[in-house]
Design a protein around this ligand. Structure first.
Ligand code: APR
Ligand code: PHB
Length: 396
């Protein structure tokens, strides 16, 4: 077994692990990232693409914001479609100037990977048998195998950035962790296509046939979704069937404007809300999807991962400067922001999707809430300030 000493062992090279590595590297703290898959796999996963200002600021702080500012689309609002009409939520006006950046997670990951390669910091891809050890001591370790050889990282901290299905949260004794979960009775069928967006902003549609979303990656590449059954399989959905169903769920103007084309990616994602508490276990800290999952409706997944990493990087930097308080409040500060985003994501999902089990009364409740939402400045403001992202939280 080859033993290597580093300050922080990061498990997972998704957005959380890569952003943490970039922020620690900038502070002169050595971190090795151990990733189970290949760079191509990590880049091949299509995820959401709406960045809060908090996320934009952290990417700028990490020195990877140049292309985002060149190619990203700044949006001051989005539209809610229901009852055959569209209603704009003017986020910029309602929040005193706040906006979001539309820039795909794949591009964020690409920028972070390029910066890490340039920095010379060490990333181990295609690592097998990754295991965490002794994180309840002052000498935590991560072991893994690569090309048949065994390796060990001796470190001061382990950052569990390995997502919902990773090994980090699974390594915590059951008695030390509590989880909260809600599974939604439907999925999202998503299609990526090199076609112009329906509109210059996102359109979220509540329709009697089910939810639909018109999003984008640029003004020439679109991302669309329709709510689908958990029994659906992507092979059952031809491109034409998808476009026809999407068109049925849009208002007449949007349906007319829709430009269809061949799918370059097509997939079905389940929806869940999930939180693990706490997020710190001695020298192991969880960040991102390893600790929490949100339904994609509010586009909060990447943004919560970024704010976790913002808290964690500053806490580790403070620890090396002799300040123990910051890492001791890491979990509490993260979870306060996580639960507010979990609530918003659950609320927005409950408002916009078709829930057959709630019947006609449930549909009337959704219609009444949407009518109130777009006709009340207070309700629209609450929606807008959650969508642009709540501020980073102090401890409770
Ligand atoms: N060992 C090492 N790496 C692992 C292991 C393991 N045992 N298990 C998983 N991984 C890797 C995955 O291959 C993946 O590259 O950890 C990474 C986790 O990345 P994400 O799942 O993307 O999670 P995170 O970095 O927190 O980013 C959250 O990604 O999935 C989206 O919607 C989510 O936008 C959110 C963002
Ligand atoms: C996306 O572009 O993939 C996207 C945008 C907004 C959401 C969810 C997904 O709420």
């Amino acid at each position: 077994m080859t033993t290597t000493r580093t300050q922080v062992a990061i498990v997972g090279a998704g957005p959380s692990g890569l952003l943490l590595g970039a922020l620690l590297h900038k502070a002169g703290i050595d971190a090795v990232i151990v990733e189970a898959r290949s760079p191509e796999y990590v880049l091949g996963r299509i995820r959401a693409g709406v960045l809060e200002q908090v996320t934009v600021d952290l990417l700028d702080e990490a020195g990877v914001g140049t292309r985002m500012h060149q190619e990203g689309l700044v949006h001051g609002g989005f539209e809610l479609a229901f009852g055959g009409a569209r209603h704009r939520i003017d986020m910029k006006t309602l929040t005193g100037g706040k906006q979001v950046m539309v820039y795909g997670q794949t591009e964020v990951t690409r920028d972070l990977m390029a910066a890490r390669a340039t920095s010379g910091a060490r990333t181990v891809y295609d690592a097998a048998d990754v295991a965490l050890h002794d994180f309840d001591s002052d000498h935590p370790r991560v072991t893994y195998s690569k090309d048949g050889a065994s390796h060990e990282l001796v470190c001061d901290f382990i950052a569990g950035c390995d997502g919902y299905h990773g090994v980090s949260r699974a390594s915590v004794p059951a008695v030390a962790i509590r989880t909260y979960e809600k599974i939604y009775p439907f999925g999202w069928l998503g299609v990526l296509s090199d076609t112009p967006p329906v509109s210059h902003e996102l359109i979220y549609s509540n329709h009697e046939r089910g939810f639909a979303l018109c999003s984008m990656r640029s003004m020439t590449r679109s991302r669309h979704y329709v709510q689908c059954s958990l029994d659906d399989h992507v092979e059952q959905w031809s491109d034409d069937a998808f476009w026809d169903e999407l068109r049925r769920r849009l208002d007449p103007e949007a349906a007319e404007a829709l430009v269809t084309g061949p799918s370059i990616e097509k997939s079905i994602a389940p929806l869940r809300s999930f939180v693990a508490e706490p997020m710190r276990f001695g020298r192991l800290c969880l960040a991102g999807d390893a600790a929490h999952i949100v339904p994609p409706t509010g586009a909060k997944g990447l943004n919560l991962a970024a704010s976790d990493v913002g808290y964690l990087s500053s806490s580790i930097i403070d620890w090396y400067r002799g300040d123990q308080h910051s890492i001791d409040t890491y979990s509490e500060r993260c979870l306060r922001r996580v639960w507010r985003a979990e609530r918003f994501s659950w609320w927005f999902t409950s408002l916009m999707h078709k829930f057959p089990e709630t019947g006609e009364f449930g549909q009337k409740m959704q219609a009444a809430e949407l009518d109130y939402l777009v006709n009340s400045n207070a309700a629209s403001t609450a929606m807008a300030e959650n969508y642009v992202g709540l501020p980073m939280m102090a401890a409770g």
